[in-house]
Ligand binder design. Structure first.
Ligand SMILES: *Cc1c(COP(=O)(O)O)cnc(C)c1O
Length: 227
């Protein structure tokens, strides 16, 4: 299978799931997760029309951004953990951050965002399975972090993101997403910039689209397994 064929298949699957779960057509955006994959793979996806790419590792993201600077319509999404000492690189090169979970990092990203760039789009990461090992805030902490992010001039709060623990059935996967969906809808009713629920990976795309995902983050199904 080629990257272009895989992309076509994933798009078809998304359109079918939108229909199946009564979601408007094209309401689910595809983020192609290219972490660990070479520039050539990103270019194949780009030639097939893909524009939004997700990266997990700061140095790799910055390097790819630089190598592809001649393609300014690529939208770079950072979906990995951000250490304080790496926040500047993220603020200077990314269009989106999906993994915001600390006020300190939010403040740094806003301060370090170059004035020549538009505001940095951010999603707050929620640890919905409440796994000790995962990043993300618990929902009880959401209102405080939202308030802090809203006070920062160079960030634009777009929504919420989560990576659930693996579950055995579709029903269980949907159940785990339910509190997140409620929190998202509450935010949306209060804040006009909220339009992004970043949930769904290769193995739980159906549950995510059933749960109102507006952006699925797909790596393996597009680029193949990572070694
Ligand atoms: C790697 C990764 C993905 C993509 O996972 P696949 O299973 O390859 O689709 C999505 N989101 C995050 C945060 C990731 O780290």
């Amino acid at each position: 299978m080629t990257v272009a064929n895989n992309l076509t298949q994933v798009h078809q699957q998304i359109r079918l799931l939108e229909t199946q779960y009564q979601r408007p057509q094209n309401s689910v955006k595809l983020l192609a997760v290219s972490k660990t994959k070479p520039i050539e793979d990103i270019l194949l996806a780009y030639e097939a029309g893909q524009r939004a790419f997700g990266e997990n590792y700061v140095q790799e993201a910055v390097d790819k951004h630089q190598q592809l600077a001649h393609l300014p319509d690529i939208e770079w999404h950072f979906i990995g953990a951000i250490q304080s000492n790496k926040s500047r690189l993220v603020a200077e090169s990314m269009d989106w951050v999906h993994t915001l979970d600390r006020a300190k990092i939010a403040t740094r990203l806003s301060e370090q965002r170059p004035s020549s760039l538009p505001t940095l789009n951010v999603c707050i990461q929620v640890n919905i399975s409440q796994e000790a090992s995962k990043s993300g805030i618990v929902l009880e902490e959401l209102d405080d972090l939202v308030e802090q992010v809203l006070s920062l001039p160079n960030l634009c709060l777009r929504g919420l993101m989560a990576i659930p623990a693996p579950m055995n059935s579709l029903a269980e996967q949907i159940e785990v997403y339910r509190p997140l969906l409620e929190a998202y809808q509450a935010l949306q009713s209060k804040i006009k910039t909220i339009d992004t629920l970043s949930i769904g990976m290769s193995n739980d795309m159906e549950a995510a689209i059933a749960s109102n995902s507006s952006m699925v983050r797909i790596g393996t199904a597009i680029f193949g397994a990572r070694i």
